[in-house]
Ligand binder design. Structure first.
Ligand code: BG6
Length: 310
């Protein structure tokens, strides 16, 4: 694929051979498919919109500037040290901006078309810089680079956010909103959350501490686990396999499933689809990252399919 060919389309495919591919839609740099030996690992709703306007419902949307995630009272409870100015900094014109930020509804640029590395892995690099649209929502200069590497059983995500300004700092929240495809969400278990505090968005943002060694999902679930360890294992994903999620510089993990009632409220999500998805989202959610002028922030994630069946 050449960059010129891609300019005409919206989709970039990394192909590693053996029916192992990763497809990225430039709309939001959303990973819309990840196949390992022809087996799809990601959930995309059958009602997802690809109109280039709405965010794509499923795959892995890139969430940047997700400030409206937490209503004030929830945000306040989630902070160990309370800074009113940093909360207020999130408002202004942003109050009317998109709920999950503009990055997932903006067309990204393909910086490096898929390229085979010496070891057979395939890499592609995407970027997003401030433009008239982003500045109309959030008036800052920024540059995000998003490097994806497709390996035999793994997908690597490397993110860099740069503040090119000489004098202005900015702050942001960021999240890889991963929708895993699962045969039955009730049978999934998520490790690595025991002992962590979480904001329960289904209970007015109350904060609890997780007591379970493995977390299961049997009802509407919307939790921001804070200061989670670098690794989670999710069992019973496609074909009864396990998925390992490894993260670096993403202190929080969101677990989300809309269940029955909330599914009905979403126009781009089928009423019967909730048993087949589980969102496990690595991010900086409960506290913003503050980026001083001329500095950069980096974070990464690795998804890995365990080949043995459990
Ligand atoms: C999750 C949030 O990350 O995303 C939920 O914790 C939210 O509260 C969900 O409902 C989906 O959000 P959206 O904007 O894609 O409908």
């Amino acid at each position: 694929t050449t960059a010129a060919a891609v300019a005409a389309t919206s989709v970039v495919v990394l192909d590693r051979g053996n029916n192992t591919t990763c497809t990225i839609n430039l709309h939001g740099a959303t990973v819309v498919s990840w196949r390992v030996n022809n087996q799809e690992q990601l959930f995309v709703s059958k009602l997802a919109s690809f109109d280039g306007k709405k965010a794509i419902r499923g795959g892995i949307p890139f969430v940047f500037r997700k400030f409206l995630l937490l209503p004030f009272h929830m945000w306040m409870r989630s902070q160990t040290v309370f800074h009113l100015p940093s909360y207020l900094a999130q408002f202004g014109p942003w109050t009317f901006g998109p709920q999950h930020g503009f990055a997932r509804i903006t067309r990204w640029h393909l910086d490096r078309a898929p390229e085979r590395l010496h070891n057979g892995d395939v890499e592609a690099i995407f970027s997003l810089m401030d433009n008239d649209f982003t500045r109309s929502i959030w008036n800052y200069q920024f540059r995000i680079t998003y490097r994806l590497i497709l390996r035999e059983k793994e997908l690597h995500f490397h993110i860099g956010v740069y503040n090119p300004s000489k004098d202005l700092s900015f702050s942001f929240n960021m999240l890889l909103h991963t929708y895993l495809k699962v045969p039955d969400v009730r049978r999934c278990q998520i490790t690595g959350l025991q002992g962590c505090h979480f904001i329960d968005k289904t209970r007015e943002g109350a904060i609890y501490q997780e007591g379970r060694e493995v977390v299961t999902v049997n009802e509407w679930t919307d939790r921001i686990y804070q200061h989670t360890p670098q690794e989670h294992v999710i069992t019973n994903v496609v074909s009864g396999r396990k998925m390992r999620l490894h993260k670096y510089n993403f202190p929080d993990t969101v677990i989300w499933n809309p269940w029955i009632d909330r599914s009905r409220e979403m126009s781009d999500f089928g009423d019967d689809e909730f048993p087949n998805m589980l969102c496990v989202e690595a991010g900086n959610v409960s506290a913003p990252v503050i980026l001083l002028p001329g500095t950069a922030f980096e974070a990464s994630q690795i998804l890995q399919v365990f080949m043995h069946i459990i």
